[in-house]
Write a protein that binds this ligand. Structure first.
Ligand code: ZN
Length: 156
């Protein structure tokens, strides 16, 4: 296990497109373990590979409500509805803003074993997944946010 350094705004890698994972190896699984460790140590609910300097389509999510998942080459294949959530990001520390996202989504992904999986997500879980998948294309939530601002109170 290892905690990796989280990249913050201004570092070019956060704006780059990530490449698909071609082969899931022991080092992929080690990377995913490190991503979870890094996310938990920063009290985050999601982390995407470019946030630790890796340009691969991998993200991890633990919404603290029972939904914990590693996403490899995730694609959103269905979405419906709308919800507005106050978001923050480990790469934009100390800021928050409201983002409108789909209420319910379906994701086609690979799991750590390289098996195709379909994930149905709604509400907060769906918000976190959409936020992390955006990172894989160099998109930050602030690009979509209303009232992007410094956090006044405790972190979300
Ligand atoms: Zn983020």
């Amino acid at each position: 296990m290892a905690i990796r350094r989280i990249r913050t705004e201004g570092e070019d890698i956060l704006r780059m497109h990530c490449k698909p994972v071609k082969e899931i190896t022991e080092s992929t699984r080690k990377l995913i373990d490190d991503m979870f460790d890094t996310m938990y140590s920063a009290n985050g609910v999601g982390l995407a590979a470019p946030q630790i300097g890796i340009l691969r389509r991998i993200a991890v999510v633990d919404d603290t409500q029972g939904n914990k998942v590693a996403l490899i080459n995730p694609v959103i294949t269905f979405s419906e509805g709308e919800q507005t959530c106050t978001e923050g990001c480990l790469s934009l520390p100390g800021y928050q803003g409201e983002v409108v996202r789909a209420k319910k989504i379906r994701i086609e992904s690979l799991n750590e074993k390289g098996e195709p999986v379909t994930i149905e997500a709604e509400d907060f879980f769906a918000v976190v997944c959409q936020h992390e998948i955006d990172h894989l294309d160099g998109v930050l939530y602030k690009d979509k946010a209303e009232n992007y601002r410094r956090q006044e109170e405790q972190q979300q």
